[in-house]
Design a protein around this ligand. Structure first.
Ligand code: R5P
Length: 274
């Protein structure tokens, strides 16, 4: 692998464990001011010390992250649709590779919508992004987005999407956890990280998801809502780190969460203190 790509990837997927806890805060690019991400800086700042990488758009990076921060940036460079528009899958590349390089990013990310009306457009855009990014030694994360069609969250569909992304040249892939997840991992020759998806009922559910995904071969998580929509986001990310990097069980992660809760301020108090 190209030295630059390998070097940048190793800033995200930590060589010590071969794993990564990526913090996803890119939701506003199609969801607007999502619950508990209304003021991105307030959400991001307390979590930064615990994130191996931060996934976001250039707008939130420039307005809401201190340029002195050393966290590797995975920059979302696709968009062009919103939750109130006609079709969430109608995305194009929204940020050039030149603009991404200026922001000193570690990787770029874009969504592909396999099986949708815009399958062809998003897949050929992925090919273009990979070719452009490789010219500069920058790795590409393909996001196997499913949009509103959550029924597609099965191993057959996700294995297809992940494999297609890898074949086009993505250097790592973000997907969803599903039953028979091993099948998705087996068919994908590049590292996989899992999204958390909409907030689950309990913290234990999120720990279980991370634990099962790691146990079945994911190299980490790229998690958003299950961390920052929690009443205790810092405790959440610390517990998730234990699972990803320390092989903690779900019960051990819960213990870490309960312990960390004692020392971290609940989010409700913090957000209302303006
Ligand atoms: C979706 O495509 C967005 O890129 C999010 O980054 C992704 O869904 C991960 O966040 P969450 O864990 O909230 O699903």
């Amino acid at each position: 692998m190209d030295w630059g790509i390998e070097n940048r990837l190793s800033r995200i997927i930590k060589p010590e464990t071969g794993r990564s806890v990526m913090l996803a805060v890119d939701h506003g690019y199609f969801m607007g001011p999502t619950h508990r991400l209304e003021e991105p800086r307030k959400t991001i700042e307390p979590l930064l010390p615990y994130a191996d990488a931060l996934m976001l758009t250039r707008g939130v990076l420039r307005t809401s992250v201190d340029p002195k921060a050393s966290v590797p940036i995975v920059l979302r460079v696709s968009g062009g649709a919103s939750i109130v528009g006609k079709d969430l899958t109608n995305e194009q590349l929204t940020t050039s590779i030149r603009a991404a390089i200026r922001l000193n990013i570690a990787a770029v990310a874009m969504s592909i919508f396999v099986g949708s009306e815009h399958e062809h457009q998003t897949l050929t855009n992925l090919g273009k992004l990979v070719s452009d990014a490789e010219d500069y030694g920058i790795p590409v994360l393909a996001v196997t987005a499913v949009g509103k069609e959550l029924e597609k969250r099965d191993s057959r569909y996700l294995a297809l999407s992940c494999r297609v992304a890898a074949e086009i040249g993505a250097h790592f892939v973000k997907t969803y956890y599903c039953d028979d997840f091993e099948k998705v991992v087996r068919g994908c020759p590049v590292p996989l990280v899992v999204a958390g998806g909409p907030k689950l009922e309990t913290e234990m559910d999120a720990f279980q998801l991370a634990h099962d995904a790691i146990g079945q071969g994911a190299v980490g998580v790229d998690m958003g809502r299950n961390i920052w929509q929690s009443d205790h986001p810092v405790a959440m990310i610390r517990a998730i780190r234990e699972i990803v990097h320390e092989e903690a069980s779900v019960r051990e992660a819960k213990e870490v969460f309960e312990e960390a809760k004692k020392t971290s301020e609940p989010v409700l108090a913090k957000m209302s203190a303006r």
